[in-house]
Design a protein around this ligand. Structure first.
Ligand code: ASC
Length: 153
C-alpha cells in the first residue's frame, strides 16, 4: 500500500474512534456535562427567542430569522450526549426521570430536533406565512420535554 493510502486509512480510523467515544468519556466530571448542555440550551433559547420576537411582531421579519433557525437546528444536536449517567445531581434542572425513562426522553429529544429542522427549512424558504406555525410546533416540542423532565428552578 502506498504511504498516502496508509495515511488515509489511519485518518479514517482515527475519526471513527473519536466518533464512537462514549459520551461520558468526553466529560471529565459530571459537572462538565451539566455545564456543556446548559450552554447549548442557553444558546438555543437565545436564538429561538429572537425568532419568537419576529413571530410576535416585536421585531421585523428578515434574513436573521433563517440564521437564527439554522443555529437552533445545529445546536439542537449538542445537548443530549451530555445527559451522561450521574449528571442528575448538583446545579441542574434535569430530573432523575430522564435516566429512568431514557427511551421516552430520547424520543422527545428527536421530536424536538425534527421540529426545529422543519422550522429551519421554513425560515430558509422565506415563507413568512408558515413561520408562526413552525415556530409554535417547535415550541411545543421543547415544552413536551420540559413538562416531564425539567425541574422548576
Ligand atoms: C424558549 C425557551 C424555551 C422554549 C420553550 C418553548 O424560548 O427558552 O425553553 O422557548 O419555552 O415552549
Amino acid at each position: 500500500m502506498k504511504l498516502s493510502t496508509w495515511i488515509g486509512v489511519a485518518a479514517v480510523a482515527a475519526v471513527a474512534m473519536l466518533a464512537s467515544t462514549p459520551a461520558a468519556a468526553q466529560f471529565a466530571k459530571p459537572e462538565d456535562a451539566v455545564k456543556y448542555r446548559q450552554s447549548a440550551f442557553s444558546l438555543m433559547g437565545a436564538h429561538f427567542s429572537r425568532i419568537g420576537a419576529v413571530v410576535k411582531g416585536e421585531a421585523p421579519y428578515g434574513p436573521s430569522v433563517a440564521t437564527d433557525a439554522k443555529l437552533v437546528e445545529t445546536l439542537s444536536h449538542l445537548p443530549f450526549a451530555a445527559f451522561v449517567e450521574g449528571s442528575d445531581k448538583g446545579d441542574t434542572g434535569a430530573k432523575p426521570e430522564i435516566w429512568m425513562n431514557r427511551e421516552d426522553f430520547d424520543k422527545k429529544a428527536k421530536a424536538m430536533q425534527q421540529a426545529v429542522a422543519e422550522l429551519s427549512r421554513v425560515a430558509a424558504s422565506g415563507d413568512q406565512g408558515a413561520l408562526k406555525g413552525a415556530f409554535g410546533d417547535a415550541g411545543k416540542a421543547c415544552k413536551a420535554c420540559h413538562d416531564d423532565y425539567r425541574r422548576r428552578r
